[in-house]
Design a protein around this ligand. Structure first.
Ligand code: 3HC
Length: 308
């Protein structure tokens, strides 16, 4: 083989800049640091960044307590080595000068993300890969603000990042194979299990998880069961670690709303173009399902209309 593994390794992602020091950004920075990467976290103020570092420290203590249960000294070394690999910056353009990878985890606002990436595109070296941790916006819409769509992808982490083993790696049509493979390799280096997904609303997990959480809200709204009983039911009856309401709180109602707004916005233009309203779509789906159900279950009496 002409390409040696050491040459491949030389190209591996070593320096990571995480933009956004909130819960997700701090978690991503932590995991990157504990797996040997040099990390810079960027946020708007020293105050926020100090809070990010404090939350990383606290989380590292929880990890160390488990990982080095019989060796407190090794646990301390693990924590301080990880902390030493993390630096903080308030100037995003300065922070990407050495970056092999930039992971953005800021507010779920398309315009703000696009403005950020337009600036970073001019400041970062040619080889730097850009990734967004967005849970609700199309990666393509964010990537279009740059001249490096071939070096752009999605890295969608799950909360709490140090504990959840999954990483969704998302590609847009323009993402090069080289970029995508590097993102997958980065995920594996973080000791995450990666799954590949196209740039589709909700990717895999949120596409399935969010409707389930919304259905729990509907169940409550109809007065069918209490929040406590719904949570208990899903924990004990389906083996979920948290019930849907507990999970809504954990993910954050603001994030839930962003995801729902965007899924609705993604559907709306298609429906408007076809000249249909959401009510018509729901009625159509109901009628189609009704026709099928009547065929297979002739003895059951169904409502013939949603309005009854
Ligand atoms: N950092 C480090 N370790 C942590 C941690 C953190 N932030 N949070 C929990 N842990 C560790 C604890 O130390 C503990 O370790 P141990 O087993 O050695 O004691 C272990 O995880 C379990 O924690 P707890 O005992 O405190 O509590 P639980 O057993 O209830 O676990 C949980 C907490 C891991 C959060 C679990 O409840 C869970 O998996 N909940 C579901 C989370 C989930 O579904 N996340 C995905 C949300 S969707 C998303 O993020 C996508 C976005 O786009 C919306």
């Amino acid at each position: 083989r002409r390409f040696s593994t050491s040459a491949m390794r030389a190209e591996a992602i070593k320096c990571v800049t995480v933009i956004g020091g909130g819960q997700m950004g701090a978690g991503i920075a932590q995991v990157a640091a504990t797996t040997g990467h040099q990390v810079v976290i960027v946020d708007q103020s020293e105050d926020i960044l100090n809070k990010s570092k404090a939350s990383i420290h606290k989380s590292l203590q929880r990890v160390a307590k488990k990982k080095f249960a019989d060796d407190a000294k090794a646990g301390e070394a693990f924590i301080s080595e990880a902390i030493d690999r993390v630096s903080i910056q308030t100037d995003a353009t300065n922070a990407v000068g050495n970056a092999d990878l930039v992971v953005e985890a800021i507010v779920e606002n398309l315009e703000v993300k696009r403005q950020l990436f337009t600036i970073l595109d001019k400041a970062a070296p040619q080889h730097t890969i850009f990734a967004s941790n967005t849970s609700s916006l199309p990666i393509k819409d964010i990537a279009e603000s740059t001249q490096r769509m071939d070096r752009f992808g999605g890295l969608h982490f799950f909360n709490p990042v140090p504990v959840m083993k999954l990483l969704e790696v998302v590609r847009i049509p323009q993402t090069s194979d080289e970029t995508f493979n590097k993102l997958l390799a980065f995920g594996k280096n973080l000791q995450k299990t990666t799954v590949n997904c196209k740039d589709t609303p909700g990717f895999i997990v949120n596409r399935l998880l969010v409707p389930y959480m919304v259905e729990a809200v509907r169940l409550l709204e109809r007065g069918d069961a209490s929040t406590r009983d719904i949570d208990t039911a899903m924990k004990l009856g389906a083996g979920y670690p948290m019930g849907p309401f507990e999970l809504c709180d954990y993910v954050g109602l603001d994030t839930m709303k962003f995801i729902l707004d965007v899924e609705w916005l993604t559907l709306r233009p298609t429906m408007q173009a076809a000249g249909v309203s959401i009510t018509e779509v729901v009625h159509h789906l109901y009628n189609t399902a009704l026709t099928k159900m009547k065929r297979f279950m002739p003895n059951i009496i169904f409502l013939d209309s949603l309005d009854q």
